[in-house]
Design a protein around this ligand. Structure first.
Ligand code: SAH
Ligand code: SF4
Length: 413
């Protein structure tokens, strides 16, 4: 029925246009500093070339500059020894190469490290480094928004009103700031401590699609930070119309926050389900380009005691995703003050995992990662804001901050 198909495509295009237009309402501030200089971080190669052309510099200079910024990690033009002194001076009059400020940094017992990063306008997000315990590699979990417009019931970020979207520079800047923090410059081939990127921090990446796409293009560029798309995973709560674009244009791995197998339960846990119900979400997963056994879709499933963790639900889950090259990450719920849920008991999680595994899907039990890690999603930011409101103090003391996260039930493995 081609007529119906065309109409469907039209509706989907309209829906996408609406989502993109809405993103503009939460636009970040421009990259301009008070002194009028602008930030080069986050500019595409083309835009960088245009800036240099405006200074009368030939195109190959843009490539050199790119290399300094993204391969060497330089933030000071004076270091750029392959550029003529005059050009370096011109650049430093007009531009900066920015980084978010590290407002707080906290390690947990399992060597995961959580950073609170502050941008020029004072907005703060959380970025987490999650080392792989067995190998010399690890993932950087980046945020894509300040807060989130969606309000999943179990997620702490969902309790914070969305302040704004992050700019491409701010998404890239999180990774750059952590590369600085771990001293991983120039970009090594392998092994790398910061080898993977997961878009699982605060916010819904597919509601800030343009900035996410621009940031990923920079992060994937082979002459810079050079993180391959195979090492990048984007997590969505299920913004169906943007999932196709994500697959076609970005080609990164997809993680889908499923969390329930019936619309009745998912409507409650992930309110976005009322707009894009489970069947539509699963259909979008089935057509996600590049999904194969080597590149499986990850279904995230937060285990909530008595809510979504029965044997029957495990079996329904396997029927729902039958035929999709997929794995299921079972995440024990990470409680936060005021949350209405409790984590499923360990034995329940194991039983659930066994049912999913017997149906042929890998079903690792994951310590909460990213948005959900340690003090649950968004909590460090909330705490920092509270402290500043209470005492007028600048941010969070790094050492000796109360509420040490080790031993807060993050399971430590
Ligand atoms: N907005 C995107 C990405 C950020 S959330 C999304 O929802 O997918 C990243 C993951 O953390 C999601 O799977 C989310 O459901 C999960 N999560 C959030 N809060 C959690 C909590 N308190 N305990 C366990 N997982 C949580
Ligand atoms: Fe937003 Fe993801 Fe948290 Fe839901 S789980 S409120 S989509 S950050």
């Amino acid at each position: 029925m081609p007529g119906v198909m065309a109409e469907g495509a039209l509706l989907e295009n309209e829906e996408r246009a609406r989502i993109l237009a809405k993103a503009a309402l939460f636009a970040p501030p421009t990259g301009e500093l008070a002194d009028g200089r602008r930030d080069l971080l986050g500019l595409s190669r083309t835009a960088l070339g245009a800036e240099l052309a405006a200074l009368g510099e030939p195109a190959f200079r843009a490539r050199q500059l790119w290399h300094w910024i993204y391969h060497q990690g330089a933030t000071d033009f004076a270091r750029m020894s392959t550029l003529a002194r005059g050009m370096r001076e011109k650049l430093s009059e007009k531009f900066v190469i920015g980084r978010p400020e590290i407002a707080a940094r906290r390690a947990s017992a399992d060597t995961t490290e959580k950073f609170l990063l502050r941008f020029r306008d004072g907005a703060e997000v959380e970025t987490v480094y999650i080392p792989d315990p067995d190998e010399e590699r690890g993932a950087v979990c980046v945020s894509t928004q300040v807060g989130c417009t969606l309000s999943c019931r179990f997620c702490h970020t969902g309790t914070q009103a969305l302040a704004r979207n992050l700019a491409a520079a701010e998404i890239v800047g999180q990774f750059m700031a952590l590369r600085d923090a771990y001293g991983e410059w120039p970009t090594p081939r392998a092994p790398r401590l910061l080898s993977n990127i997961v878009l699982m921090g605060m916010g819904e990446p597919l509601y800030n699609y343009e900035a996410v796409a621009a940031a990923l293009a920079i992060l994937m560029d082979g002459e810079g930070v050079a993180v391959s798309r195979r090492r990048i995973t984007l997590s969505t709560s299920g913004v169906v119309p943007m999932m196709d674009r994500c697959g076609e244009e970005l080609g990164v791995n997809l993680a889908v926050s499923l969390h329930a197998v019936t619309d009745a339960v998912r409507d409650e846990l992930v309110p976005l389900n009322r707009k894009y119900p489970i069947q539509e979400l699963i259909a979008a997963c089935r057509r996600y380009p590049g999904a194969s056994n080597a590149r499986r879709i990850t279904f995230e499933y937060v285990m909530l005691d008595g809510v979504n963790d029965s044997d029957a639900e495990a079996r329904a889950l396997t029927r729902l995703i039958a035929g999709i090259p997929a794995k299921v990450n079972l995440i024990p719920f990470n409680p936060w003050p005021g949350s209405r849920f409790a984590p499923s008991p360990e034995a329940r999680i194991e039983r659930f995992a066994a049912i999913v595994r017997d149906a042929g899907f890998a079903s690792p039990v994951r310590t909460p990662r990213g948005a959900d890690i340690l003090a649950a999603c968004g909590q460090l930011r909330t705490e920092s804001r509270r402290r500043r409101e209470d005492s007028g103090a600048e941010g969070l003391a790094l050492a000796g901050a109360s509420n040490d996260l080790s031993g807060r039930g993050e399971a430590g493995s």
